[in-house]
Design a protein. Structure first.
Length: 302
């Protein structure tokens, strides 16, 4: 665990996710407002005339209906991403119920996760990513060596962990094939942006992504940042995603994900082109710095 109680794999995933945030590249400076709404599927009858909706009916439920419904236990989260030059800031908590933000310098290939109430930040760089891969290799060897001695329940847990860990000797592995998308004959105006629908499967989830061509500079920036992220991620840790496939089509302005137990909608609620104050991208001078490698050293490997 890191000093901020964020696991190292979670930190890596957060870094990857943040690197998918919009970059100016050469054409976009401003702010992007994002919102995620998540609801348990057993609560959706309350927005479907009292009847449990099937998959098609669920995917027809839009954000306004979820926000207007009462007593459905919707988890609503809003985030703002600021972009200026090659710097990106995402105002979002790193841990639940803790305020925080993250900064990315695309020129340096470095991300900082900041928690103001603790007056500290974690730096994540290419070197940290490499160190994590090396450490995960050590952990994999440890688990494999101990597997036979573990009780049945612990052995089952260890086997699940091994399935999700990067394999050894795969640094030069070919990039994973993209997740296929099926174009749907559906159009929708989402927060003022004309969009077209695509459908895909990701694990046990059905995903409908709505993509617009109304923001070409922002769309191009997303693709460029995705490419940079791909280059920073070791080959044996790269995984295809529906979001990456959608980015190849344009700017995803709404993504609906239907899982066995939950229904989630992520949307771009506003895009503003404007100058962003430079101090939003400045690390506080009096905060304590730690690195991803500091956290990795604390992980057991024997």
């Amino acid at each position: 665990m890191t000093p901020m109680s964020l696991s190292t794999p979670a930190l890596a995933l957060a870094a990857a996710a943040l690197l998918l945030a919009p970059s100016s590249a050469r054409g976009f400076d401003g702010a992007v407002s994002l919102r995620t709404i998540s609801v348990a599927r057993d609560q959706l009858a309350k927005v479907n005339d009292g009847k449990a909706p099937d998959a098609a009916q669920t995917l027809a439920i839009l954000p306004a209906q979820l926000l207007a419904a009462k007593d459905i236990g919707a988890d609503v989260r809003e985030t703002t991403v600021y972009v200026s030059g090659q710097k990106v800031r995402m105002d979002a908590p790193i841990e639940r119920d803790k305020k925080g933000f993250a900064l990315v310098d695309l020129d340096k290939g470095t991300t900082w996760f900041v928690v103001p109430e603790e007056k500290r930040f974690i730096e994540w760089s290419k070197e940290d990513a490499k160190a994590m891969v090396d450490k995960m290799g050590d952990v994999r060897k440890m688990l494999q060596a101990r597997l036979a001695q573990l009780p049945p329940e612990q052995r089952k847990q260890a086997e699940e962990m091994l399935k999700n860990m990067p394999t050894e000797n795969a640094a030069d592995a070919p990039p994973p094939a993209p997740i296929p998308l099926t174009a749907l004959d559906k159009k929708l105006t989402i927060n003022g942006m004309q969009s077209s629908a695509f459908e895909a499967r990701e694990g046990d989830a059905t995903v409908i992504g709505w993509v617009t061509q109304d923001q070409p500079a922002l769309s191009q920036a997303l693709r460029e940042v995705s490419e940079r992220m791909e280059q920073m991620t070791p080959a044996n840790m790269r995984k295809p995603s529906v979001r990456a496939a959608l980015q190849a089509k344009g700017l995803p302005v709404m993504v609906q994900t239907l899982e066995p137990q939950r229904y989630r909608i992520e949307e771009v609620t506003k895009v503003e082109k404007k100058a962003v104050p430079a101090d939003l991208f400045t690390l506080p001078a009096d905060y304590t710095k730690t690195t991803g490698r500091d956290a990795i050293k604390a992980m057991p490997s024997n």
